[in-house]
Write a new protein. Structure first.
Length: 238
């Protein structure tokens, strides 16, 4: 038996043992690199994927950022070709689709549900992305609409598009969301002005803006909370 044949047999036995353990005990029995190692079984045949999994996590920072990395970023890791990068992205997209589908079936009537949905929606988005959510009177999601990505619109343009879409969808409520290129969670003066402009435009037509959320890699913050914190801070300074 050649060394190559022996190596393949050894890896095959290791993979079988890993998958049997996963079948019996589930994911909690494994470290993150081991979960990635098993995922790569399906994209890399006859090789030790443990070292590749370790390197992929090191290059990405952690498993969270690995799943959200671009195809180009993933393929920078030695041993990860386009096929395996697509496999990783597919896992992230399935989780994202599942989360969004689940939350679309219930009223988004509290912060927990809204922020979970928004965070999932932004998992694949570029920076400087603006999105609006349109909801029924019972706060059921009708549709999420991408308003712009990577470029700025004038506030008046956003207001007109949001109003037109809300009326077309017969929405009672709107939630505005966006992320910053610098990943900063605090609203800019333009963010505050935009929120006010859209709120007034919608209110004139019997539609309510529930809130405006700023999304970062690790957070999803409504402007209403920021304004409340700022007001409290100013009161303490007086």
């Amino acid at each position: 038996m050649s060394n190559e044949t022996k190596d393949k047999a050894l890896h095959h036995g290791h993979r079988q043992r890993m998958m049997k353990k996963y079948e019996r005990l589930g994911s909690d029995a494994f470290e993150n690199h081991e979960l990635v190692e098993m995922l790569l079984f399906y994209g890399i045949a006859g090789k030790n994927t443990n070292d590749i999994a370790h390197q992929l996590l090191n290059d990405s920072g952690d498993i969270y950022h690995m799943l959200r990395s671009s195809i180009d970023k993933l393929t920078e890791t030695k041993g990860i070709g386009t096929k395996n990068a697509l496999l990783v992205k597919l896992c992230n997209d399935i989780v994202r689709a599942s989360e969004m589908s689940n939350l679309s079936s219930v009223p988004l009537d509290n912060e927990y549900r809204r922020q979970r949905y928004i965070t999932a929606w932004y998992a694949n988005q570029e920076s400087s992305t603006v999105m609006a959510m349109f909801l029924t009177k019972k706060l059921m999601l009708i549709e999420s609409v991408l308003l712009s990505q990577g470029r700025k619109r004038r506030c008046s343009d956003y207001s007109a598009v949001v109003l037109e879409t809300a009326q077309k969808l017969e929405a009672s409520y709107v939630i505005l969301t966006h992320n910053h290129s610098d990943n900063c969670p605090e609203p800019s003066d333009n963010d505050i002005y935009l929120t006010g402009d859209i709120r007034v435009t919608l209110a004139k037509n019997g539609i309510s803006l529930l809130d405006h959320y700023i999304v970062t890699d690790h957070d999803c913050s409504p402007l209403s909370q920021y304004d409340a914190r700022r007001s409290l801070f100013n009161e303490k300074e007086l």
